[in-house]
Write a new protein. Sequence first.
Length: 312
Amino acid sequence: MKKFKAKNFIKEKIAEIKKEVGSGKALCALSGGVDSTTAAVLAHKVLGNRLLCLFIDDGLMRENEARDVAVMFKARGIRTKVLAAQKEFFEALKGIEDPEEKRKTFRNIFYQTLAKAVKKERADYLIQGTIAADILETKKGIKTQHNVLEQIGLSPEKYGLKIIEPLRTLYKNDVREVARSLGLPKKLSERMPFPGPGLATRVIGEVTPERIKIIKRATKIVEEEIKKLKPFQAFAVLLKDRATGIVQEKRLFGDIIAIRSVESKDAIKAKVTKVPWKILEKIEKRIIKEIPSVVKVLYDLTPKPPSTIEYI
Ligand code: XMP
């Protein structure tokens, strides 16, 4: 197989965006992850101030994500706005437990919000960080990735959007190489993947502000404790089931958190990380201490396949 050359790829994509957008304006939705950041920085090279980056704060991102992303983009001189939309997202997801219904509801509210922003900002194009793995999994019907529209018979025109996806032929490793080549900080180019529907995929059952608060805290603990192992992806999941515990000598039918850490190249297959026992113990102790409703912490031993990386 021919070796991927990030510099050539960047040159090609810059020429393509230039040709397609011409003197028009574009909006790029940011998630704080490698893919959307790389797509945005690439597009900014061509469009400069004709690009507006938008971080939709849906309340489902990691702690301080909105603030951190806005600060980083502004420091690079990229026009960026944060749109507060927590209320709309929680309202849309209320009462939904089925995984695919949750993903589709997220996708609908996400694109409705984006389409409104595109209109308001009078942008001609929407730039997205969709990558090859997103498209493959949606096409195979494994799960509905939030950013894949046309493969499932939903045309972007339904949302009144003209979409450009510069990274759609790449897998994660190549995206990271493009990110490095664009001079993005290591903290970003090597960042763990995080799904577009955010913590809504890390809560089994109904998504509520209270349950998101629990998973946000657990996610932070796992990321902090496992970071030095540099896994492909490591995270916490709040299960729908409950278990009996004893807290301050009283019975509590409390929450269960599962921890998952995997190694992978392309997210298509994944092996479980052999996390040292000491680190797992520390995670368990911190979760139990810092999140009072949790009475049980589990470590997931299943590779992909037969499991997928995320739980829904
Ligand atoms: P699965 O769970 O299918 O995940 O093994 C494969 C990779 O894709 C990420 N993922 C998503 N990324 N939107 C995204 O942008 C999504 O809807 C989505 N769902 C899963 C997941 O975190 C893993 O890296």
